[in-house]
Design a binder for this molecule. Structure first.
Ligand code: FES
Length: 190
């Protein structure tokens, strides 16, 4: 003996009776609640990644270099962008200076990448020139890649101790923001 199955049970949620209509309504409301719930959870996280208005508004940022030991770097925010300030060791400077231009993907001498008289300081926009990830390498314990500068974990690009790309897919060197030394231990970015 076969038992007839009501149409609303065969297609739950799409019934034509009064119950089916209620179910459709409830699903809509619950679905909207779920979307709003995710939004409410995600927003504080997304918002925390955005620089605040006063940071964005800063046309220039002054950085005190005294706390940065040789071999390490810090990241500061300038106009909403991460800027790496790295204190290079004599070995890192020599490696950057001794690299022949023929070995470079985006040829540039080290002298074009630093300020004369302050060659121990490297100031770069910390955004990978491939697809915009933030490379690693400020801390000596970070992965820095084969050339000892920065490593982008997104697709494996590597930069040397002058921020020049040495292994793609990034096509270009890390960009250099406008900056100037105000004193031997203070730099103004922007
Ligand atoms: S974004 Fe850096 S390697 Fe792709």
């Amino acid at each position: 003996m076969s038992t007839a199955v009501p149409a609303s049970a065969q297609h739950p949620g799409h019934g034509t009776g009064p119950d089916g209509g209620k179910r459709d309504f409830l699903k809509l409301v619950l679905g909207a609640g779920a979307v709003i719930g995710v939004g409410a959870i995600a927003w504080p996280f997304i918002d925390s990644m955005n620089p605040s208005g006063d940071v964005l508004a800063l046309a220039a940022v002054e950085v005190d270099l005294t706390p940065i030991p040789a071999g390490s770097g810090i990241t500061v925010l300038w106009r909403g962008k991460p800027v790496f300030v790295r204190h290079r060791t004599p070995k890192e400077i020599k490696e950057a200076e001794d690299t022949p231009l023929s070995a470079l993907i985006d040829p540039a001498p080290d002298s074009d990448r630093v300020k004369q008289g302050h060659t121990q300081w490297l100031v770069l926009i910390g955004i990978c020139t491939h697809l915009g990830c933030i490379p690693l390498g400020n801390k000596p314990t970070d992965p820095r890649g084969e050339w000892g500068g920065y490593f982008c974990p997104c697709h494996g690009s590597q930069y040397d101790t002058a921020g020049r790309v040495r292994h793609g897919p990034a096509p270009l060197n890390l960009f250099i923001p406008p900056y100037a030394f105000e004193t031997g231990t203070k730099v103004k970015i922007g």
